[in-house]
Design a protein around this ligand. Structure first.
Ligand SMILES: Cc1cc2nc3c(=O)[nH]c(=O)nc-3n(C[C@H](O)[C@H](O)[C@H](O)COP(=O)(O)O)c2cc1C
Length: 209
């Protein structure tokens, strides 16, 4: 394998780029373009957090809702590694990368828990299989084997207990202070537009690739 020979020419997307004043409609358009392409798991994002030890840590989660008022929402276990990090340091960065569209969006901001009511409503909308796993899996904790968790799932099914949203499970919303759009360009001259929030407005500036 020779990784140094692996390269591709960008700039295959010919769509004329228009940069609106507000980044949210553009985010929505790019996400829609990815869904329609179709890019698999177009709503997958990489979330980076930094906890008490100041060491960054990244993982994939799924975007479930977004708006300027409500932020970028994902769901997880509040006791997980990312949950611990966010408890100690609410600042995080997320990235979407849509390979087929030669596009990346980088977002930075502050994260907070969404309301219990919304978390419960989303939890109850999930298929039983997903709810059971969230219930029995102490996310990010060391375990002996998956069989133990499978057994716990079965016990739970047999008990006919109602599977309600656990206290330690719910949504987070990231409220962005920066959003950067990257579109692959010819000859490595890629397009980068960075939006920075200043008060209730967004300031935009182009960045060198
Ligand atoms: C495509 C994909 C989607 C995922 N979606 C989620 C998700 O929405 N929420 C979640 O907690 N973990 C999700 N995961 C698992 C996380 O990447 C990660 O393994 C888990 O959240 C534990 O991370 P942590 O130990 O850093 O907290 C997903 C993984 C992949 C590959």
């Amino acid at each position: 394998m020779n990784l140094s020979d692996l390269r591709r020419d960008f700039g295959q997307q010919n769509e004329r780029l228009i940069w609106p004043e507000n980044p949210f409609p553009l985010f929505e358009k790019w996400l829609n373009d990815a869904i329609e392409k179709p890019v698999q798991e177009a709503n997958a994002l990489i979330l980076s957090t930094v906890g008490k030890d100041l060491k960054p840590s990244s993982r994939v989660v799924l975007l479930k809702e977004f708006s300027e008022a409500e932020g970028f929402v994902f769901y997880t276990d509040y006791n997980s590694h990312k949950g611990q990090d966010l408890k100690n340091n609410p600042y995080a960065a997320i990235i979407f990368y849509w390979n087929l569209l030669e596009r990346q969006i980088r977002i930075e901001g502050k994260v907070g828990k969404i309301s219990r009511k919304r978390s419960k409503a989303y939890f109850n909308s999930r298929p039983l299989e997903s709810r059971l796993s969230a219930y029995v899996s102490p996310q990010s904790q060391p375990i002996e084997s998956l069989e133990n968790l499978q057994q716990l799932r079965e016990d739970l099914i047999n008990s006919e207990q109602e599977i309600t949203c656990p206290e330690h499970w719910g949504g987070y919303a990231l409220f962005p202070s920066k959003i950067e759009f990257w579109q692959g360009g010819a000859n490595r001259l890629h397009h980068r537009m960075e939006y920075t929030q200043t008060g209730d407005k967004w300031m935009k500036q182009m960045l060198a690739p």
